[in-house]
Design a binder for this molecule. Structure first.
Ligand code: DGJ
Length: 535
């Protein structure tokens, strides 16, 4: 008997060990971006994944800072941390690499059940070279900056420096090689290459070397169909940059060369380990077509996305950092970057959650910037629950479904306009009417000071919808083939998705909760499941 027991114990532990070593080596599918019918899905572990992210501060990837980062990420219910990796830190001496800090982040991310997007702060960080290693900064002749029109150096590395490009590509390839062997579990789901590349303070490089290139004929491969269409250029055009592109030639030239440079770096990294890679963008005002000296020239601003696509086919997408405040401008940016040839992801934004649903309806992810930088907080203060935490808590368990529905074009979102006017969403034989302000039935809405309401609707079937909202009220109108018919709710369920991804009904709304103009939602986001019927 004892022998049998010993044998069973031995078997049990052997099986346990096998399972443990299997899971330690888990070699899941590499994250990838898939494209169908003009929309994108990020697949993580082969499943649609919605990035509910947070980006830490620029100087937070240090051992002493990480506990605060994880704490706030947990409080936020985020699923992905965007965190920088500094070239100056990983290659302190030329050709000597140290990825110990990367390893630390990786281990802690797993302990915190968080996915990672590493931000490769290298040649460009907000248009400057500040994260180049010291051995490069000390050799300004070899690694020069842009020269402005007035002949003076600008605080921005030139994209015409092959030595810098090769050095960046080499370091990046080493970094990606490290990630490949250190992360068979795919904790890291994407990499941002550079940070807001381009140049502030000069539209392009006016050095001798750059000038010569500028006065040479354009590279023929720039004239893709999209470039010709969007920039209104004849496909057969030949000539110098100015001859082909006229008054915006300086900016297009700079964008082309910045994008070529980064594409080279991306190629080098992808050859080693092909994770999805993107480049973030310091935006220009999308409504007024300002001249290029008003914003960071050379980055993938909305007017040069087609040039970036032509110059940098290996970059998966360009991603807008949204710090604009004006509703119209923000909604325009969302439209301009959610293109059939570009996945929408917002890697940086302010604290407002107003446009969260508008981004999720069309994109693969959302991430506010500087989440661990709590202004005026005493070190031991208990952080108050942020509005974003309530949003992420509701959305996270249904993230894969939202990613799927977004890719299928089933989600539509609206935000409360400044005049609080109700918004309409066409759902085929129904229209959702979203009201803001909190008025009861036909009574006038109570004027609220800030227009921060928002809602999204998911079309699950002809008469079946899901809605999520804050500071709004949902109701419906029969339209299309239902037009003119009487109707009523069949059922309105308030609920949420649990950790296993199942919808759980919290309560059925009826009576006062639906009779006076539809269910009303306050500051805290609520998920509603509607079935409607005509009579
Ligand atoms: C945009 C940059 O990409 C970030 O790294 C950071 O510098 C923020 N601006 C600061 O607001």
């Amino acid at each position: 008997m004892k022998q049998i027991l010993d044998y069973m114990t031995w078997m049990f532990f052997t099986m346990l060990l096998c399972t443990a070593s299997l899971s330690a080596q888990t070699d899941t599918a590499i994250p990838k971006l898939v494209h169908k019918n003009g929309r994108y899905t990020l697949l993580v572990d082969n499943r649609p994944f919605l990035i509910l992210g947070g980006q830490c501060g620029n100087s937070s990837n240090w051992p002493a800072m990480l506990p605060g980062v994880w704490q706030v990420m947990q409080e936020m219910h985020a699923n992905t941390l965007e965190i920088p990796v500094y070239w100056e830190q990983v290659e302190p001496r030329e050709g000597e690499f140290d990825f110990s800090q990367v390893q630390l982040v990786l281990e802690q991310a797993r302990q915190n059940n968080m996915r990672l997007i590493f931000l490769w702060f290298a040649t460009w960080k907000n248009g400057s070279n500040h994260y180049m290693p010291e051995w490069m900064k000390l050799d300004a002749r070899k690694y020069p900056n842009v020269v402005g029109k007035d002949g003076r150096e600008v605080d921005s590395p030139t994209p015409h420096c092959e030595e810098a490009m090769l050095a960046d590509a080499k370091a990046f390839a080493n970094f990606m090689g490290y990630l490949k062997q250190a992360d068979p579990q795919h904790t890291i789901i994407m990499v941002q290459v550079e940070n807001e590349p381009g140049t502030w303070g000069s539209v392009r490089d006016y050095s001798k070397k750059a000038q010569k290139l500028f006065e040479a004929p354009i590279p023929p491969e720039i004239l893709t169909e999209t470039v010709c269409k969007e920039l209104n250029v004849d496909k057969k055009s030949k000539g110098t940059w100015s001859e082909v592109f006229g008054e915006r030639a300086d900016e297009y030239f700079h964008a082309w060369h910045v994008a070529r440079y980064i594409n080279y770096v991306v190629q080098a990294g992808k050859k080693v380990y092909p994770l999805p890679m993107y480049v973030n963008v310091a935006l220009r005002d999308p409504l007024t077509n300002p001249s290029a000296d008003q914003y960071e020239s050379g980055g993938a601003t909305d007017n040069v996305i087609s040039i970036w696509k032509a110059a940098a086919p290996d970059i998966d997408f360009v991603a807008p950092d949204i710090y604009l405040r004006d509703d119209e401008a923000v909604l325009k940016v969302i439209d301009l970057y959610a293109r059939p040839d570009n996945a929408l992801m917002v890697p940086e934004t302010g604290r407002s959650t107003k446009f969260l649903y508008s981004v999720l309806a069309k994109g693969i992810g959302f991430s506010p910037f500087g989440v661990d930088q709590r202004r005026n907080a005493s070190p031991d203060a208990v952080p108050s629950r942020s509005p974003l935490a309530a949003e992420y808590e509701l959305l996270k368990p249904m993230g894969h479904l939202l990613a799927e529905w977004s890719a299928e074009g089933k989600i539509q979102a609206v935000v409360e306009p400044a005049d609080h006017a109700e918004q309409h969403i066409d759902l085929g034989s129904w229209e959702a009417v979203i009201k803001f302000g909190g008025g009861r039935g036909n009574q006038p809405a109570v004027e609220r000071r800030i227009a921060d309401g928002k809602a999204l609707i998911i079309r699950l079937g002809e008469n079946e919808f899901m809605g999520i909202g804050t500071n709004c009220r949902f109701t419906f109108n029969p339209i299309g083939k239902n037009k003119g018919k009487a109707w009523q709710y069949l059922k309105v369920k308030e609920g949420l998705y649990d950790e296993s991804g199942e919808f759980k009904t919290v309560r059925v709304l009826n009576g006062d909760q639906t009779d006076w103009g539809g269910p009303q939602i306050g500051e805290t986001p609520v998920l509603l499941h509607f079935t409607l019927t005509t009579r």
